[in-house]
Design a protein around this ligand. Structure first.
Ligand SMILES: NC(=O)NCCC(=O)O
Ligand SMILES: [Zn+2]
Ligand SMILES: [Zn+2]
Length: 472
């Protein structure tokens, strides 16, 4: 059945205006004033903004890590995402050295299939580059539409790749039309500092932050930028947390390099003192890079405002406090790294960003949706409100005030990192390809409704033959 969204204010990355939207066959069919309501279900968006659905470019659902598995899987994780106004996620597919990449991707498809309630794609972790990997990569781009590769510069002896692997990934990505993503922290220095901290008897959660100082993030970010320049390739730095990393990205962009930066809500509103909470509660705030001293928050907000950073990912990687974070009692290196962020990403950006005058409404849409769609080969199918685009829509009440809490959130973890935080604004209804997933703040979606997204190549490859099929 056709649907018409009426009386709302449409907001895109460039425009804010009052109009109705006609939805047909899951797509936006018409935008205009006083559209004919005949045979259509009318959705009243009075007093609300109508945004393109949020796109979360950074999630870890159902991921084994730190001797356990993230609590949220593709079902609970995508339901929580939808409640928060996100209609697309891109999750990280982990790979194992010596194993075909295709096998890892199959594993990830099996995790998501039948569970996701919104659309999803995958990034692919690159842990080694050899002849087998180089032979497989073009097929993975062609057949799977995975056009972004992730290299970890940290987590020594777990995920960490060496500089040669990063450089060769950058070269391959340039040739193939893919975007290389880096977790930029100097894993070798962290390894030394953590061993030293433990040897000195420093085992509390705060030492997670103290052994990963901002300089190790700045150094790795700068190194990744230099290697990108050398390879003539393109780079996306995930979860930027500090001034030192922003500085390196800004410097590289000023040189004209094709380098992008993402930050996360936790770095914008929480600080290092959270790791000092008593009774081991600091463990709830252990993720990498760690929370920083408060002054870094202003640097990150300014970077979003002036375009030095361009996107907001959640880095959703949730572990219960009880039984999971607690694995690290007496040894902070055993606390599984990560936090539950998928649900509050959009609301925090709106409340702390738009409502507090740090970014504009249109920048908000760009940062949480449009730019991400463009960088990761989903635009204009996703990330905007335009005729022909998927009807992924958020009807958002900008004035409602509420308090974030684990008691009311929809993630399956036993705490919320933003517990007690007052925010203004909330998604009322969320549609994915024209169907309600959230209706009047109630989940009405279906596990398995979410479709896998075969994404277009990066940048100028967007005109290639395969991508023409994806372009509307
Ligand atoms: N961020 C974090 O601590 N956990 C998820 C894995 C990663 O992104 O590094
Ligand atoms: Zn990371
Ligand atoms: Zn991550």
């Amino acid at each position: 059945m056709k649907k018409i969204v009426k009386n709302g204010t449409i907001v895109t990355a460039t425009d804010t205006y009052k109009a109705d939207l006609l939805i047909e066959d899951g797509k936006i069919a018409m935008i205009g004033r006083n559209l004919d309501e005949k045979d259509a279900e009318v959705i009243d968006a009075k007093g609300c903004y109508v945004f393109p659905g949020g796109i979360d470019p950074h999630t870890h659902l159902d991921m084994p890590f730190g001797g356990t598995v993230t609590k949220d899987d593709f079902e609970s994780g995508t339901i929580a995402a939808a409640f928060g106004g996100t209609t697309t996620i891109i999750d990280f597919c982990l790979t194992n050295k010596g194993e075909p990449l295709k096998k890892a991707i199959e594993t990830w498809h099996n995790k998501a299939k039948g569970k996701a309630v919104i659309d999803y794609g995958f990034h692919l972790m690159i842990s080694e580059i050899n002849d087998d990997v180089l032979e497989e990569l073009p097929k993975i781009i062609e057949e799977e539409g995975i056009t972004s590769f992730k290299v970890f510069m940290a987590y020594k002896n777990v995920f960490q790749a060496d500089d040669g692997t990063l450089y060769r990934t950058l070269v391959a990505a340039k040739e193939l039309g893919a975007l290389v993503m880096v977790h930029a922290e100097n894993g070798d220095v962290i390894d030394y500092l953590t061993k030293k901290a433990l040897a000195d008897g420093n085992t509390d959660p705060i030492y997670h932050a103290l052994t990963r100082p901002p300089e190790v993030e700045g150094e790795a970010t700068g190194r990744a930028c230099q290697l990108t320049e050398l390879a003539g390739s393109q780079l996306y730095v995930v979860h930027v947390s500090c001034a030192q990393a922003v500085e390196k990205i800004a410097e590289a962009r000023n040189k004209g390099l094709d380098i992008w930066g993402e930050t996360c809500p936790q770095y914008l509103v929480l600080d290092q003192s959270y790791l000092e909470k008593p009774n081991f509660e600091g463990a709830k705030y252990v993720w990498s890079p760690p929370l920083r001293e408060k002054w870094h928050q202003d640097v990150l907000w300014n970077a979003l405002k002036n375009g030095q950073l361009q996107t907001l990912g959640s880095d959703q990687c949730s572990f219960d406090f009880k039984g999971q974070k607690e694995l690290g009692r007496g040894d902070f290196t055993k606390i599984p790294n990560g936090g539950p962020m998928i649900e509050d990403r959009v609301s925090i950006l709106f409340s702390e960003g738009v409502k507090k005058g740090r970014i504009t409404l249109n920048q908000f849409v760009d940062i949480m949706s449009t730019r991400i769609a463009k960088l990761f080969g989903l635009f204009p199918k996703k990330g905007t409100i335009a005729v022909g685009a998927d009807a992924d829509l958020v009807i958002f009440d900008p004035n409602v005030e509420r308090v974030i809490s684990a008691e009311t959130h929809h993630m399956s973890v036993d705490y919320n990192a933003f517990e007690g935080m007052k925010v203004t604004g909330e998604p009322v209804s969320v549609l994915s390809r024209g169907e309600f997933v959230i209706r009047d703040k109630t989940f009405v979606g279906k596990p398995g409704y979410g479709q896998y997204l075969n994404r277009a190549r990066y940048g100028n490859y967007a005109v290639s033959k395969r991508d023409e099929k994806l372009t509307i």
